[in-house]
Structures are given as C-alpha cells and as structure tokens.
Write a protein that binds this ligand. Structure first.
Ligand SMILES: Nc1nc2c(ncn2[C@@H]2O[C@H](COP(=O)(O)OP(=O)(O)OP(=O)(O)O)[C@@H](O)[C@H]2O)c(=O)[nH]1
Ligand SMILES: [Mg+2]
Length: 204
C-alpha cells in the first residue's frame, strides 16, 4: 500500500471510530414537554424558539462530553404511534416531561411511557438485544410548580418499569441547566446495559 492509500485507510478508520462511538437516542414525550428545545439546546448551545413538531427532527449533537445521533419525534396524539419505530434498536430512550404539568397530564405521560417501554421491551426480545436504558428528563425546572426528580419518578410509576434500567434528571431546556449532566448519566446507563449483557453472555 502506498503512503496515500495508507493515509486514506487511516482517515477511514478514524471516521468509523467516531461514528461507532456516537450513540443513537430518541426523544419522546407528550407534546409541549420540551423535546425540540432540548435538541436545539444541545445542538446550538442556546435557546431556539420552536413550533410543534409535525413528524421528527434529527441532529448530531454533543452532550455531557459524548457524541449523539438524536431523533426528536413529535408528541402530538396522532404522532405517538410512530414512537415505537424510532425506539426500536436505539441505544437509549429519553422521555421528556413537563415537571410542572397538572396531575392529569402527568397521568397521560405515565400511560404513554408505559406503552413505549412495553413496545421497546418486546422489540428488544424479538431482536435478541438488551432493552435500551431510559433517561427521564424532568424538564421545566425553572417553574415554581415543578416536581422534583423523585416526584416525577413517582408520578410516572418508574418503580414498576420492570427490567428497564432508568434514571431521572432535573433539567431546564430553556437555560440548558442540567442537560450535560443528564446526557453523561445516560451514557453511563448505556455502558452499564452493554457490560451487563456481555457478562450474561459470558456465563451462558
Ligand atoms: N419555561 C420553560 N419553557 C420551556 C422549557 N422547555 C421548553 N419550553 C417551552 O415549551 C414550549 C414547547 O417546547 P417544544 O420543545 O416545542 O416541545 P416539544 O416537546 O418538542 O413539543 P412537540 O413538538 O409538539 O411534541 C416552547 O414554548 C418552549 O420554549 C423549560 O425548561 N422551561
Ligand atoms: Mg417538538
């Protein structure tokens, strides 16, 4: 191989390495919970005004020191059936919640989250891969009425999210507060799920 071809191969390997390290995550949650604001905040590091998402958005972003390929799917009622095609075989599910929402909206979020986790578990079993971890972003922490991370976990019934590794992170997409810490904790969860699966395979 001449020096030009060697250099080309080196660059190709480096690009492949970067792409491999980039994890694939899906943002879901009720309409108005702040998914697109989270995505644009991670992408542009500033507040960007949004309109309701009709369909989806996709961006490659940095968050918590890691690279992400991030899908943001609209949360309107008619779009929710689409969520499961995005959460299939993803590295992580990010469920965004308005922590200051009234109880009936939290209940709606609980039902939708349970549905998305059930579908994700079923497709992971079908594909023979571990269920992706769940990160709940307890958004709208700038609001006086915002529930704490523990309050959000309780309202969403996360104690019953059987078999799914999860965490809740308090964030404010408006200011970006908490988002990098949240994405770093998601990466820890993804690595944990992978390590546990490798360990289980070794013992089989
Ligand atoms: N005060 C406050 N407002 C927020 C926060 N995050 C998002 N918003 C606002 O909430 C509104 C809805 O945000 P979006 O990001 O469009 O919500 P979405 O989840 O993408 O909604 P759909 O696309 O309809 O599913 C916007 O006016 C945002 O500026 C937050 O942490 N605090
Ligand atoms: Mg949106």
């Amino acid at each position: 191989m001449d020096s030009w071809s060697r250099r080309k191969a080196g660059v190709a390997r480096a690009v492949e390495g970067v792409v491999k390290r980039r994890k694939h995550v899906v943002l879901v949650g009720l309409d108005g919970s702040g998914k697109t604001t989270v995505l644009t905040r991670l992408k542009y590091r500033c507040f960007v005004s949004t309109t309701p998402t009709i369909g989806f958005n996709h961006e490659k972003v940095w968050g918590g020191g890691y690279r992400w390929s991030c899908w943001d799917v609209g949360g309107g009622e008619r779009l929710r059936p689409l969520w499961s095609s995005y959460t299939r075989a993803t590295d992580g599910i990010v469920f965004v919640v308005d922590s200051a929402a009234p109880d009936d909206l939290m209940e709606e979020a609980r039902v939708e989250l349970a549905r998305v986790l059930k579908k994700s578990r079923a497709s992971s079993v079908q594909l023979g891969i571990p269920s992706p971890p769940l990160l709940v972003l307890a958004n709208f922490q700038d609001q006086v009425a915002a529930r704490t991370a523990q309050g959000v976990a309780l309202s969403l019934g996360l104690g019953e999210a059987g078999g799914v590794v999860w965490a809740v992170a308090p964030v404010c997409a408006l200011t970006g507060e908490g988002l990098d810490t949240a994405m770093a904790s998601l990466r820890t969860l993804i690595d944990k799920v992978r390590q546990d699966a490798r360990r289980r395979d070794r013992w089989r």
